[in-house]
Design a protein around this ligand. Structure first.
Ligand code: HEM
Ligand code: NAG
Ligand code: NAG
Ligand code: NAG
Length: 412
């Protein structure tokens, strides 16, 4: 967590205004000292953790950060600028087909983001299976890249080159076909597939209750050549293999620890097909830190239906991962902050025109910072093992009700 964030927390707790007394300076100095120690857990002395990703990527390496946007991105991926933002349109968004809209790169994206928001949430207020799949699709397009790749990365090739036929992309068929139709709807406005995929991921993240509003950029270059194969993680790999796989993408262990938390929203279907729609924590469709806690717990301490991925378990137990993992258990804002920073990096892997990108974060829906499920009692019974057919309906994120239970042959 950055010092500025802590100050904001103190300010919001109304401590700062009350602090104008003689000893204030000392207390501030002590606070600053403690925070510096906390930030620098691994002790590399530079105020950020040695395991936070900080390597430069793409044209930030070859050309440098020339434009304002590139400078901002460089700040985000090295930790001096927040990877999330609440920036919104301050003026009315121009009509879709107007000249004013054509003159504003982000304008058309606000229409696209609105279509995505509608597709990604249900009447319960949770995010649905399309949202989760969109986040995973963003990862699978961008993540099919390593430092030695000459192509791949966030280039749209997942869709444009038909990578959906690869086994590792199983489960993404529906989101890929929906995104393809959305692309057809908007391509005459000059938007690209790589941007469409990454915008879907960041809209999906913020549509999930408690999810961060990740800085979103457009202007990537599409590529219809397939990305190199074998660069996406295997759910049965050991921790060292997974850590190395991500390190080769410039994502260090804390970055991996933060990104893997996307499984907080998940309901797996193919790791064990006889447990299709079983969630990876007891709160699917919610972007909370429950996943970090429950992955650490013995089966006896968590609901029966929670299905832990082996990759998540082995990572959570790896010594370099464990410290950060345990911090996230009790710190949603720390996780959201780290996830945003690392997702911005992920969303730009293989992008070599960072100096040409435009920031369109302002088109994202507002973040939902609190959430109370309207159908908690039903979900608790499902988690305990009742209502096996309900998983599919939870996936839609519509509010569960007793009429539905009866129609499935259950006694509510
Ligand atoms: C060690 C690394 C990772 C492994 C082994 C892994 C593996 C998996 C597997 C096996 C599934 C279940 C697919 C299914 O059966 O339906 C899944 C789902 C998911 N993964 Fe990962 N993943 C990893 C990292 C990530 C990262 C970095 C992200 C995003 C930043 C991500 C986002 C998701 C999401 C959102 C889902 C739910 C998809 C849905 O419900 O359709 N994963 N992952
Ligand atoms: C899948 O889950 C079922 C039911 O819990 C279990 O019997 C089976 O062994 C699991 N299969 C695999 C491959 O883990
Ligand atoms: C973590 O899970 C355990 C077991 O369900 C629970 O007792 C504990 O309160 C949880 N901790 C947090 C911080 O949520
Ligand atoms: C109950 O849920 C079903 C499925 O989501 C929905 O179609 C129906 O309108 C809901 N009924 C009530 C009374 O809310």
């Amino acid at each position: 967590m950055k010092f500025s964030t802590i100050l904001a927390l103190y300010a919001s707790a109304k401590i700062l205004p009350a602090m104008a007394w003689p000893g204030m300076k000392n207390i501030m100095a002590e606070l600053e000292h403690k925070l510096a120690a906390r930030q620098d857990e691994v002790g590399d002395g530079d105020g950020t953790d040695v395991e936070d990703s900080d390597e430069l990527i793409g044209d930030l390496v070859t050309v440098g950060a020339v434009t304002d946007v590139a400078q901002q991105i460089q700040g985000v991926i090295t930790g001096s600028i927040d990877g999330f933002s609440s920036e919104a349109y301050t003026t009315t968004v121009p009509a879709k087909k107007s000249a004013a809209c054509a003159a504003d790169t982000c304008c058309i994206w606000s229409y696209i983001a609105a279509d995505m928001k509608k597709k990604f949430s249900g009447s319960s207020g949770r995010c649905n299976g399309f949202a989760r799949a969109a986040v995973r699709m963003g990862f699978h397009d961008a993540g099919a890249w390593s430092k030695t790749s000459t192509n791949g990365g966030a280039d749209g090739s997942l869709i444009l080159a038909g990578e959906i036929s690869r086994a590792e992309n199983n489960g993404l068929q529906d989101i890929v076909s929906w995104t393809t139709s959305l692309y057809s709807k908007y391509k005459t406005y000059g938007v690209g597939m790589a941007d469409m995929i990454q915008m879907a991921a960041t809209v999906a993240t913020v549509v999930c209750p408690l999810g961060p509003r990740i800085r979103s950029y457009v202007g990537r270059i599409d590529n219809s050549a397939p990305a190199p194969d074998g660069l996406l993680p295997d759910v049965n790999a050991d921790a060292e293999t997974l850590i190395q796989l991500f390190a080769d993408k410039t994502i260090k262990t804390h970055g991996l620890t933060a990104l893997i938390g996307a499984h907080s929203t998940s309901q797996q279907r193919f790791v064990n097909t006889s447990r299709a729609f079983d969630p990876q924590d007891s709160t699917p469709g919610i972007w909370d830190v429950n996943f970090y806690n429950q992955t650490l717990q013995p089966a006896s301490a968590i609901p029966k239906r929670v299905f832990k991925f082996n990759s998540d378990v082995v990572l959570s137990q790896h010594p370099v991962v464990a410290t950060e993992w345990n911090k996230f258990v009790t710190d949603q804002s720390d996780w959201n902050e780290d996830f945003s920073r690392e997702y911005v990096r992920l969303s730009l892997l293989g992008v070599n025109n960072i100096n040409n990108l435009i920031e369109c974060t302002k088109v994202l829906p507002a973040a939902k910072t609190t959430y109370t499920p309207p159908d908690k009692a039903i979900i608790l019974k499902w988690l305990a093992g009742q209502f096996p057919k309900l998983g599919k309906f939870l996936d839609s994120a519509d509010k569960l009700n007793s009429t539905l239970l009866k129609s499935l042959g259950y006694t509510p």
